[in-house]
Design a protein around this ligand. Structure first.
Ligand SMILES: NC(=O)c1ccc[n+]([C@@H]2O[C@H](COP(=O)([O-])OP(=O)(O)OC[C@H]3O[C@@H](n4cnc5c(N)ncnc54)[C@H](OP(=O)(O)O)[C@@H]3O)[C@@H](O)[C@H]2O)c1
Length: 273
């Protein structure tokens, strides 16, 4: 695939991570433009890659095939207005990584026939091991979908979803998911301390156990339930713990929490218009 000219509007944490990943994976820095009103963000970005720093958003997108809107949701309207004319002239695809900003609200600013991809990334993208879901509107071509996929793949795995509504479920799963694992790990550390371990030891063992379990699940190719069965000897310690979780309704606790997150994601999209 040829390398698209990419414009980043907003050069903060997410933009820097994606640009870093792109350049490491062989995307030429001179095919990346960036604009941001906050000079320290641009300085930090320049130390990562020799991208072209632009005076303003319109200049950044003028020759772009792909525009990545990497700004906070509350400034999306302003940022979209600043690129609308150029995007309409070039037919570039615009990717939004802002939570809760709908395709309809972006089309109302970028044009009815604008190619738009909505992306829901998560925080581990900042370390290059994110999980992003993508939804494209019908004006987005196959080539533009491929461009989008290659850009988000620079910071982790990518998955397309068939409807915009599915992004609410994604928000509840991988978007908020890192915090669920932190919460579970916090509880394990506390329980370890109650069982008599010191906090540092409990924290180190919890963290390494989480990393090891995630790697096993990733590398083994087995179903999660099968992996669990293989470390659960009949009548053993793990079985006692698993039965306690099941007796106390872990599945239903997780399902209710994720439903609450999905409901909130849908509400937030309505609030943002
Ligand atoms: N960080 C994450 O882990 C994560 C995960 C999932 C999704 N996201 C989404 O990704 C988006 C970016 O997040 P981030 O963490 O990278 O934010 P960030 O570090 O605050 O970066 C955004 C940058 O955009 C600049 N900006 C503001 N208005 C602008 C405009 N009109 N034109 C151009 N640039 C403008 C900001 O400057 P000022 O500081 O001067 O406003 C800031 O430097 C957000 O919508 C966020 O919801 C982030």
């Amino acid at each position: 695939m040829d390398k698209p000219q990419i414009a980043f509007i907003g050069a903060g944490n997410m933009a820097s991570s994606i640009i870093g990943g792109l350049v490491r994976s062989g995307h030429p820095a001179e095919r990346i433009n960036a604009a941001d009103p906050y000079p320290p963000s641009l300085e930090a970005l320049s130390s990562i890659a020799a991208v072209k720093i632009c005076e303003n958003n319109a200049e950044a997108v003028a020759n772009a095939d792909v525009v990545v809107l990497a700004v906070k949701p509350q400034v999306m309207a302003q940022a979209s207005d600043s690129i609308a004319q150029a995007v309409q002239a070039t037919g570039a695809v615009t990717i939004s990584i802002a939570a809760g900003v709908t395709i309809a609200s972006m089309q109302s600013r970028l044009g009815d026939k604008a190619a738009i991809v909505r992306c829901m990334p998560n925080t581990p993208a900042l370390l290059g091991c994110g999980a992003s879901a993508l939804y494209a509107n019908s004006w987005t071509s196959e080539k533009q979908r491929n461009y989008t996929e290659s850009i988000l793949s620079a910071v982790g795995m990518v998955s397309w979803v068939p409807s915009e509504q599915a992004l609410d479920a994604v928000t509840a799963l991988s978007g908020s998911g890192p915090a669920y694992f932190f919460l579970f790990m916090e509880a394990m550390v506390e329980a370890g301390v109650e069982l008599g371990l010191d906090k540092d030891t409990a924290s180190a063992l919890t963290l390494q156990t989480a990393l090891g379990a995630a790697r096993m699940a990733d590398e083994n190719g087995l179903e999660l339930a099968e992996l669990r069965r293989r470390v659960t000897s009949p009548g053993g310690t793990t079985q006692s713990a698993i039965e306690s979780f099941q007796h106390n309704g872990l599945d239903s606790i997780v399902a209710k929490a994720m439903q609450a997150a999905a409901n909130r994601a849908a509400e937030m999209a309505l609030e943002m218009g």
